[in-house]
Structures are given as C-alpha cells and as structure tokens.
Design a protein around this ligand. Structure first.
Ligand code: SAM
Length: 282
C-alpha cells in the first residue's frame, strides 16, 4: 500500500497556501522571537521556516541570495567591508564572500536559533559563516546600526517581513543610521517582499528611503518557493546609479560561476512593470 503523502504548508496572508511534500521533520525550536523549523522535503531539499513562513529552500535559495548580493557588489567599485542584517541562514554571506575584494563581512542576526539551526541542518548556506572573513553577531540590527563606529561599503538587509523584530528595519531612523555608516560610494539593498502581495511594503520602503538617499530603485527577480514567484529588493545608493554606473565587464572579469545573476540580468532586473512603477510614483 503506497504511503499517504504528508505536506508542510505555508499559509500566506491567510489567502494563499503553498504545500511542500514532506519527507522528514528535522528541527523545531522556539526562540524569544519566533518559531524556527527545518524540514526535509521530497522536491525542494531542506526548508528553513520561521513562524511557518518559508525562508530558504535548498533548491532555489541561490536565486534570492545571488540577487540580494551581486547587483550591489558588482556596482560598487571595490567593496571591502559588507554588513548583512538578518540573513541568519548564511546564504547572503556566502554570496558576499565570493567577491575577492571583500575583507570583512559582518552578519548581525537577532536570533541565534536561526544561525544554530542553519549551521546544523543547512550547511549549503550556513557553511559560509565559518569563513575567516565572516563575523557573526547575535543582536538587533536596529541597535547595531545606531551604535556601531564601523563603516561599510555595502549594507544588505536580508530580514523577515516588517513585523515582530523586523518592524523597525523598515523605518526611517534605521535608514538614516545605515546612511551614516555607509562610505561615499555606499549601497544598501533590502528585502522588500512580493510586488503582488506586499506592494505597500515596497511603497513604504521607497517613500522612506527616497528623502535619505539620492538614488533609490527597485529590482525584481523570480523564484520558486516564495508566494507569487516574483520578489523585490529596494536598492538605495549615495550616488551610484545601479544601471547607468554598472560596468558589465566587471562580472565577466570576476570569473565567478553564478547560477542566476549575470550582467544582462543586472541591467534588466531594475526594469519594472507599470503597476509597480505607478505604485512608487514613477
Ligand atoms: N530570505 C528571507 C525572506 O525573504 O524573508 C529572510 C531570511 S533570514 C532567515 C531573515 C532573518 O531576519 C531572520 O533570521 C530573523 O531572525 C532576522 N531578523 C528579523 N529582525 C531582525 C533584526 N531587527 N535584527 C537582526 N535580524 C533580524
């Protein structure tokens, strides 16, 4: 008799459900911030879930992590010091450290349980956290940017959605502090959610960062496991334009063997559909 299929469901905004066929539950833990789970699935590798929401799947995480890191790291003329806020699974740090110019990548993740679970069960992303150039701090990113004396060439906000501990990562004072700790060619790329289901988040992030940074753009990419399959990052800089100042030759010269990002994707990912342009007042 064939075994009855068991599914792990992500219910998103109470209106859409994504189900992944479950092979095995590997971990479930509760931190002061959230519930953290890791499951083995039949078709998407291991999944990291936070409060029941899919964060990372081994099958498609390369898309998200390449796209949150490489547009900024190839636009900046010589990124040496990078700050990642959130991103406790380690995937963003892995992509940042592929750039030989990077001497130091500081990860500030509020929840140590996310880092320990990722280190134990998802070495594909968390392996990078043991790189000697990586420094992992378990603290609130809002507090870190307000107090740090360090400066960074690139800041990447790889956070959960704007509620709970992540709420203030979507606020003006956070971005004023990010601008304070960025060097002159500084760039900040931030997870901004789905243009279909969270257009308000994108609109608000755009509205907040516009008065603080001379250049603010939105970039889009597709992925497999997030609801709607289309996701956005906001991209703010102290002066470099993500397309006009982009040098495609840098990508080729890097010799990096990436699976999604390339020079054409970089140029194209900042082109927006009309409904999103209208929403951000373009
Ligand atoms: N790729 C995922 C997405 O698009 O939702 C995000 C991945 S990562 C796991 C998100 C991380 O942000 C979580 O581990 C969460 O603990 C962390 N986080 C939330 N608020 C934070 C804060 N204020 N400071 C630092 N990390 C925070």
């Amino acid at each position: 008799m064939t075994k009855k299929a068991v599914w792990v469901d992500e219910v998103y905004q109470g209106i859409v459900r994504t189900s992944f066929r479950l092979k095995k539950r590997l971990f479930k833990g509760k931190s002061p911030f959230q519930t953290v789970e890791v499951v083995e699935t039949a078709g998407h590798g291991r999944l990291l879930l936070i409060d029941g929401m899919t964060m990372v799947s081994e099958r498609d995480e390369f898309v998200y992590h390449e796209m949150i890191a490489h547009p900024a790291l190839f636009l900046h003329p010589k990124p040496r010091r990078v700050l990642v806020i959130g991103g406790g699974d380690g995937g963003t740090v892995r992509e940042v450290l592929k750039h030989r110019s990077v001497e130091r990548c500081v990860l500030v993740e509020i929840d140590g349980l996310v880092v320990s679970a990722s280190r134990k069960y998802i070495p594909q992303t968390a392996g990078a956290l043991s790189d000697k150039r990586a420094r992992v701090l378990i603290e609130d990113g809002v507090k870190f940017v307000a107090e740090t004396k360090e400066t960074f060439d690139v800041v990447i906000v790889d956070s959960t959605e704007p509620f709970g501990p992540a709420k203030e990562l979507f606020g003006p004072s956070f971005y004023k502090n990010v601008k304070r700790i960025l060097t002159e060619d500084g760039i900040v790329a931030s997870q901004a959610g789905s243009p279909f289901y969270e257009i308000t988040t994108i609109k608000n992030l755009f509205k907040i960062t516009k008065p603080i940074f001379p250049i603010v753009e939105v970039c889009l990419f597709n992925n497999l496991t997030y609801p709607g399959g289309l996701w956005a990052f906001t991209f703010a800089t102290k002066g470099l334009h993500p397309v006009k100042d982009f040098r495609p030759a840098r990508v080729k010269a890097s010799g990096l063997n990436l699976r999604w990002y390339n020079a054409e994707i970089h140029a194209g990912c900042f082109a927006l559909p009309n409904f999103l342009k209208k929403a951000i007042g373009r």
